[in-house]
Design a protein around this ligand. Structure first.
Ligand SMILES: *Cc1c(COP(=O)(O)O)cnc(C)c1O
Length: 357
């Protein structure tokens, strides 16, 4: 590395970036486990849908060709069959969609508003684009302070709100989303990465609001985190500018095929949701620490008097990986986030946490 490397790298990339979970291999090796419970990344533990696997196998033979531009062909078709007649854009994970939306809408120096504590990538992506990030605190119970949100986000080009919220799990009502969308001058990006696990459905709000984007992902209930594919419901006017700003041929042939296969396996999705709901209930009933209300495939747990890091470290010694919430901006340091895994993983977690208490 040249000595002047620090002056070559943009300032934003010299600060803390995305925080990844500790690796299962490292924890297994350090504490002598043959397998560890992986409950830190909100993935689907069931393995991919067999229909997704079959679709990828078929697509392997076409790898020598570039994929459909912007995933326009079969995936958009499959999304329409799944959701109805909406406009969609696709990306490398919803993360890719978020990044492209900011690239399309925000000039350097302009403001982006984020309801916090929440998923860190909105702020990171906005700063990387040279934007100013306005963090809007949620209330003490982590519900959105709608008036404060509107006041702070009113003039921004784009603002981000996550429901069910990561990491708190908190749901925001359709009425609150509508009030916010109506009041803003710019776009409201509603992150629905976990919406399938909740009882809420915001999709038809697209028909009433020209300034709403609803982000979705194939990484969670659809079990394709490793394929890196996400999409969003967008107003019609945004689709063509989005496609101009996106990296060419962003989503690869195999991921497009996997997503198309996963979207037709409703039984897999239903089974995943049933499994998650029943374990969330069991965790609420038996965990000795307070479990916050929420509607995702994970829960946030208050570990007071321990810090999130201390609790995550104790659980790692018991062969369970959870996410300490320390790095979420705007959150006090006494929470962990735990997702539903396979039965044995959830059992190992509950046994572990209840021994700590
Ligand atoms: C997991 C997650 C995403 C996106 O994940 P991708 O894998 O990039 O599709 C987006 N928002 C939230 C809140 C998430 O937790």
């Amino acid at each position: 590395m040249p000595q002047s490397a620090n002056s070559l790298v943009r300032d934003i990339y010299q600060q803390e970036g995305y925080v990844y979970a500790r690796s299962p291999e490292e924890i297994a090796k350090t504490y002598g486990f043959s397998r560890v419970a992986r409950l830190a990344s909100n993935e689907n533990p069931f393995g991919p849908s067999p229909l997704a696997v079959a679709a990828v196998q078929k697509a392997l033979a076409t790898m020598h060709r570039y994929p459909d531009a912007c995933g326009t062909g079969s995936l958009i078709q499959a999304l329409r069959e799944y959701h109805g007649d909406y406009e969609f854009v696709t990306g490398v994970g919803m993360d890719g969609v978020i990044e492209t939306c900011i690239r399309v809408l925000v000039n350097p120096g302009e403001a982006v508003a984020v309801s916090v504590p929440t998923f860190s990538f909105y702020g990171l992506a906005a700063k990387a684009q040279g934007a100013e990030v306005i963090n809007i605190p949620r209330k003490d119970d982590f519900t959105v302070d709608v008036d404060a949100f509107i006041k702070a986000a009113k003039e921004t080009k784009i603002s981000f709100l996550c429901s069910p919220n990561n990491p708190t799990g908190t749901l925001t009502s359709r009425a609150d989303i509508e009030r916010i969308a109506d009041a803003l001058d710019g776009i409201l990006f509603l992150d629905n990465a976990y919406v399938e696990f909740s009882e809420l459905d915001y999709r038809d709000l697209m028909q009433k609001h020209e300034n709403l984007i609803i982000g979705r992902t194939m990484s969670k209930v659809f079990g394709l985190a490793g394929c890196r594919i996400g999409y969003a419901f967008v107003p019609a006017w945004l689709k063509s500018v989005y496609e101009k700003a996106a990296t060419p041929f962003t989503v690869n042939t195999l991921s497009l095929a996997a997503a198309t296969g996963a979207l037709v396996d409703q039984e897999y999705v239903d089974r995943s949701i049933r499994h998650v709901r029943s374990w969330i209930q069991k965790i609420r009933d038996t965990c000795r620490f307070p479990v916050l209300p929420g509607g995702a495939n994970f829960v946030m747990i208050d570990t007071t008097p321990m810090t999130g890091d201390a609790c995550a470290a104790l659980l790692a010694e018991k062969g369970v990986i959870v996410r300490s919430c320390r790095s979420f901006p705007g959150l006090e340091d006494h929470y962990i986030r735990v997702c539903v895994g396979e039965d044995w993983e959830c059992e190992q977690f509950l046994a572990g946490i209840n021994q700590i208490c």
